[in-house]
Ligand binder design. Structure first.
Ligand SMILES: Nc1ncnc2c1ncn2[C@@H]1O[C@H](COP(=O)(O)OP(=O)(O)OP(=O)(O)O)[C@@H](O)[C@H]1O
Ligand SMILES: [Mg+2]
Length: 236
């Protein structure tokens, strides 16, 4: 397997007035194609910041960040926006669906940026909505769906354009146990059956247990790969 994500000595600092806030310090991480990685760590440790950088939403202050051969730090804002649309599927904690669009239209949205015809788009949208078990909810608006159903629409939207990487920021953070399990089974399906590379930030031990590997961030520092963390209690 080849390295899909290659991060070397990456640091991120924010400025507030004349204050410098280090958020990520000297991160090195290689993620292979087909990997399912969970990122854990306390609130404020920099998990979302790192994920957003891999997704091309934010840029490193220093260091190297390559995703699928693209050098994220070198792309212009416009290039980055196009690159993101073609390569990244994002799943958020609070779904981030467009309230005025139906489930079908929400999933179709990323495909409007591609050259697919209306008929081709319909095939893709129906395929993924079927996959997430929402074939009978296509014409529903987000407000007419449960949290778990909205997250499944968001998963369909994340995967519909066949992205290189799926990034998920606490995808089960707002869900009850049963809905969370549905979402995790789908993520597992995307990884195992469709070969999708997944990077998932989570506080949820059950979610992390689905991943192939778990890395921990603490105050902006990434721990060693096989370090067993004291913050990981056994599953009850
Ligand atoms: N735009 C910004 N300007 C200044 N500081 C920021 C900015 N974005 C994030 N930070 C700081 O960076 C640190 C890491 O934030 P981040 O959102 O990555 O944490 P997290 O690990 O995802 O936390 P949580 O589990 O609560 O979501 C925090 O201390 C936060 O205040
Ligand atoms: Mg976060």
């Amino acid at each position: 397997m080849s390295a899909l994500v290659d991060i070397r000595n990456l640091s991120k600092i924010y400025h507030r007035g004349d204050q410098i806030i280090p958020v990520l310090t000297n991160i090195s991480l290689v993620i292979a194609e087909g990997e399912f990685l969970a990122l854990m760590g306390p609130s404020g440790s920099g998990k979302s910041t790192l994920l957003n950088m891999i997704a091309g939403i934010d840029r490193p202050s220093s260091g190297l960040l390559r995703v699928g051969g693209a050098d994220i730090g070198e792309l212009t804002e416009t290039e980055l926006a196009g690159w993101r649309a073609a390569n990244i599927g994002f799943i958020f904690q609070f779904y981030n669906l467009m309230p005025v669009l139906t489930a079908y239209e929400n999933v179709e949205l990323p495909l409007l940026l591609t050259g697919l015809s209306k008929k081709e788009r319909k095939e893709h949208v129906e395929l993924v909505l079927n996959m997430v078990g929402l074939a009978d909810r296509m014409e529903h608006y987000p407000a007419q769906l449960s949290g778990g159903q909205q997250q499944r629409v968001a998963i369909a939207r994340a995967v519909v354009s066949d992205p290189l990487v799926i990034v998920a920021d606490e995808p089960t953070g707002d869900l009850d146990r049963a809905s969370a399990e549905d979402v995790l089974l789908l993520m597992e399906h995307l990884n195992e059956q469709l070969g999708k590379t997944i990077i998932m930030v989570t506080h949820d031990q059950r979610a992390a247990a689905k991943a192939h590997s778990i890395r921990h961030l603490d105050k902006g520092i990434l721990n060693d790969a096989d370090e067993v963390s004291a913050e990981m209690p056994a599953l009850s």
